[in-house]
Design a protein around this ligand. Structure first.
Ligand SMILES: Nc1ncnc2c1ncn2[C@@H]1O[C@H](COP(=O)(O)OP(=O)(O)OP(=O)(O)O)[C@@H](O)[C@H]1O
Length: 488
C-alpha cells in the first residue's frame, strides 16, 4: 500500500490529511518537526512527501534540498499558506511536484497525491525487457518474444542514450507507456524527474496551463501563479501521451519549446528556458492528421526524431500465450487463487483467435474476468468473457453478446458470488464491474458517441476513451469521437 509522509507542525493538518488519505487506501505517517520528518523519510521510504514550507526554525527550500539529497525521485507536494507561495514557486522550479494552499481542499489534495504516487511508480519501478529471463519482484515485465517485440526492445536500447525526442506509435493498450518508461530508465536522465501528461485527459486551456504554467490573473479562476510541467521538470523527461489531441495553440507553443527550449507561462511575458527531453506517444494516424491539416507538419518532424512502432497484439500472436501466462500467474497470486493451474487448450485456442482490439489492456481485463469466473483450477472456455466464447471479433458482436455485457455487469449476483468465494479485493472488483456496465450503457445510449457520453457522465472525453480501451468495450455501433462522425 502506498505510503505518504506528512511533515507539518500543525497537528490538525496532519490529522485531517491522514483521515482524507485513509479513505483512498493510502497509509500516512506524520512528523511535526524537520528532524522527525527526515528520520521517517529514511526509515519508512515513503512514496510521496507533503511538506509544510514554513516549519519552525527551518527554511522550506533547505528541507526540500535535504529530501532531494536522500531521494531525488521522491515527489514532494508543498503545503503553503497564502503568504508564502513565493517560496513554493521557487521550490517548484527546483523540481517540486506541486503545491497546495491552506485551507486544504482535501479531495483535490487526494487527487494530487494519487498523481504523485503514479509518477513515483513510473520513475522507480524498473521495466524489465524480458524475452527469456524471469522478472524480478521489484520490476514490471515487458513481455515479448515475437520478432517485432524483440525489435522494439532493441530500439529502446538504441534511442535511450540519445538525447533526442522520441515518438512512440501504436494502438491503444500496446504498451506505449512501458516503452516511454524503459527509455527514461535507460537514459542519461534516469536520475532526474520523469513526468507524464495525458493530452487527451484535459480540456485545451487546462492542458496549456498544465504544461507551461500560468501567471496570476491570466484567465478567470487563475487566482495564483502556477508552475507548469516543462518548468518543474527542467533537466528531466516528460512523457506526453495522446499527443494527437493537442490544440493548434498548444502545438505551436510545443514547437517553439522543441526548437528553442523556451516558452512563456500563460498570461506572462517572461521567457523561461528549460531543458526537457520529450517522449511523445499517439494511437492516432499522425501522418494522416498532418495531411489533413489537423497536426502541424513541423511539429510532427521535430517530435519524430526517432520513432518506435508498437505492433498490435493480433500481429504478434506468439506473444499472446506468454502474456496470458504472465498475467494469470501474477493475478492468481494477488487474488489468492493458488489453485489455478493454467488454461485449457480449447480456451487458449479461442484467445489466440481473438482480434484483441484493446491489445494488452484488453487481455489483462480478460484474464481478470476469467479468474473471477473460474470455479475450477483450469481456465476453460465457459470462464472466458462472453464476447470471446463465440470467437467472433469484438467489432462483429451480436445483439445477444451485447446484452451479455448487461448480464455480466449485473452487480447484485456478482457481489453474492464473490462474497461466497471469500474474496479479499471486492471493492476494486465491484467498482470495475459497475464502471464497465455504466460506460457501456451510456455509450449505447449515446449511439457510440464518446463526446456525448462524456457529457452525460460529467467526465472528460479522454477518460471515456481510456475506459473504452481498458475494458475493451465495443458496441455494435462504431464508437466515434464526434457527432458528425456518428454512424447513421
Ligand atoms: N508487452 C507487455 N508486457 C506486459 N505488460 C504489458 C505489455 N504491453 C502492455 N502491457 C500492460 O498493458 C497495460 C497497457 O499498457 P500501456 O498503458 O503502456 O499502453 P498504451 O499503449 O500507453 O495505451 P494508451 O494508448 O491507451 O495510453 C499496462 O498495464 C501495461 O503494463
Amino acid at each position: 500500500m502506498p505510503n505518504v509522509l506528512v511533515i507539518d507542525d500543525d497537528r490538525s493538518v496532519c490529522e485531517m490529511v491522514r483521515q482524507a488519505l485513509q479513505k483512498s487506501d493510502l497509509t500516512t505517517s506524520t512528523a511535526m518537526t524537520v528532524q522527525d520528518g527526515l528520520a521517517m523519510l529514511a526509515a519508512d521510504a515513503p512514496d510521496v512527501v507533503l511538506l509544510d514550507i514554513m516549519l519552525p526554525g527551518a527554511s522550506g527550500l533547505d528541507v526540500f534540498r535535504q529530501i532531494q539529497e536522500i531521494d531525488r525521485k521522491l515527489p514532494v507536494v508543498f503545503i503553503t499558506s497564502g503568504t508564502d507561495s513565493g517560496t513554493a514557486i521557487k521550490a517548484m522550479q527546483l523540481g517540486g511536484f506541486d503545491y497546495v494552499t491552506k485551507p486544504l481542499d482535501l479531495p483535490a489534495l487526494t487527487d494530487l497525491v494519487e498523481q504523485a504516487i503514479d509518477t513515483r511508480r513510473m520513475m522507480s519501478t524498473p521495466v524489465a525487457l524480458s524475452t527469456n529471463e524471469e522478472s524480478t519482484a521489484d520490476s514490471e515485465t515487458f513481455v515479448g518474444r515475437s520478432a517485432p517485440m524483440v525489435e522494439v526492445f532493441k530500439s529502446i536500447g538504441r534511442v535511450a542514450a540519445q538525447n533526442v525526442p522520441v515518438l512512440i506509435r501504436g494502438e491503444s493498450g500496446t504498451g506505449k507507456e512501458l516503452v516511454a518508461r524503459a527509455i527514461y530508465q535507460n537514459s542519461d536522465r534516469s536520475e532526474e524527474s520523469f513526468m507524464a501528461v495525458n493530452c487527451a485527459a484535459l480540456p485545451d486551456a487546462l492542458l496549456e496551463s498544465e504544461l507551461f504554467g500560468h501567471e496570476k490573473g491570466a484567465f478567470t479562476g487563475a487566482d495564483k501563479q502556477r508552475i507548469g510541467k516543462f518548468e518543474a521538470c527542467n533537466g528531466g523527461t516528460i512523457f506526453l501521451d495522446e499527443i494527437g489531441d493537442m490544440s493548434p495553440l498548444v502545438q505551436s507553443k510545443m514547437l517553439r519549446l522543441l526548437q528553442q527550449q523556451e516558452f512563456e507561462r500563460v498570461g506572462g511575458n517572461k521567457t523561461i528556458k528549460t531543458d526537457v527531453r520529450i517522449i511523445a506517444a499517439t494511437n492516432l494516424d499522425l501522418d494522416k492528421m498532418v495531411e489533413e491539416g489537423e497536426f502541424r507538419e513541423d511539429l510532427f518532424y521535430r517530435l519524430n526524431g526517432l520513432s518506435i512502432h508498437l505492433p498490435p497484439l493480433r500481429e504478434r500472436s506468439e506473444d499472446i500465450a506468454h502474456l496470458l501466462e504472465h498475467y494469470l500467474n501474477l493475478w492468481a497470486r494477488q487474488m489468492r487463487r493458488s489453485d489455478i493451474e493454467g488454461i485449457s487448450p480449447e480456451a487458449l485456442e479461442l484467445l489466440q483467435k481473438h482480434s484483441w482490439p484493446g491489445n494488452v489492456r484488453e487481455l489483462q481485463s480478460v484474464v481478470r474476468q476469467s479468474l473471477l469466473n473460474a470455479t475450477g483450477p483450469v481456465i476453460v472456455p465457459s470462464f472466458l468473457p462472453a464476447e470471446l466464447t463465440g470467437a467472433k471479433p469484438a467489432v462483429e458482436k451480436s445483439a445477444d453478446a451485447r446484452n451479455d455485457a448487461g448480464v455480466r455487469s449485473n452487480i447484485a449476483p456478482f457481489i453474492e458470488k464473490r462474497l461466497n468465494s471469500g474474496t479479499s479485493d471486492l471493492y476494486a472488483e465491484a467498482l470495475e464491474q459497475m464502471e464497465m456496465y455504466l460506460i457501456t450503457r451510456v455509450l449505447e445510449f449515446a449511439d457510440g458517441n464518446q463526446t456525448k457520453a462524456a457529457e452525460l457522465l460529467g467526465i472528460t472525453r479522454g477518460k471515456v476513451r481510456n475506459r473504452v480501451r481498458q475494458f475493451g468495450i465495443s458496441l455494435d455501433k462504431k464508437v466515434t469521437l464526434d457527432e458528425q462522425d456518428s454512424p447513421s
